[in-house]
Ligand binder design. Structure first.
Ligand code: APR
Length: 168
């Protein structure tokens, strides 16, 4: 059920939705946000700019357009600020809200990037533990809701952090 994979999340075609590590404007950006918008094409921005932005810790859904998946769930991770600004709780909420939006839309197979650990500088090992713990909590509350949840990691070091968290 819970897996990790090294790769580019815009190429994943065995899930119904991929999660985007967006910013509050939902108007695109760099990193995985930029890659998803480039791969999906301009219609994605046409839709996301009508969503009215997204609060940190929340998630909103759009179509996938030219991506090989039907949906993109856009979530906004916390910017790391030393760890005393509720970053852990907000990151956990990104995963919970993304899974809730997936359930609301009948999505049972979903792929996450490593939310907040790039431009937002969240320490990878802590982020991985928070991510895996929160996803496990949601699955235990909703045991029938998902068939596949995976993380698509862009480098070996990040993948090792999530593999370690899954083995905890
Ligand atoms: N597939 C999978 N993972 C990717 C890809 C990709 N194509 N491109 C980048 N990543 C990885 C990064 O290597 C990092 O491990 O996604 C993780 C998250 O990094 P960012 O994309 O920088 O996201 P984040 O740290 O959450 O910062 C969000 O960056 O791009 C802007 O608009 C975005 O303002 C927002 C901020």
């Amino acid at each position: 059920m819970l897996q990790t994979e090294l790769g580019d999340i815009t190429k994943i075609n065995d899930v119904e939705a991929i999660v985007n590590a967006a910013n509050k404007s939902l108007m695109g950006g760099g990193g995985v946000d930029g890659a998803i918008h480039r791969a999906a094409g301009p219609e994605l921005l046409e839709e996301t700019k009508k969503l009215g932005g997204c609060e940190t810790g929340d998630a909103k859904i759009s179509r996938g357009y030219n991506l090989p998946v039907d949906h993109v769930i856009h979530t906004v991770g916390p910017i790391w600020n030393g760890g005393n600004s509720e970053e852990a709780a907000l990151l956990a909420r990104c995963y919970r809200r993304s899974l809730e939006v997936a359930m609301d839309n009948g999505i049972k197979k979903i792929a996450f990037p490593s939310i907040s650990t790039g431009v937002y500088h969240f320490p990878v090992d802590q982020a991985a533990s928070i991510a895996v713990d929160e996803v496990r909590k949601v699955i235990s509350e909703q045991p029938e809701a998902f068939e596949l949840i995976k993380w698509i990691l862009f480098d070996e070091e990040t993948k090792a952090a999530y593999d370690a968290a899954l083995n905890e």
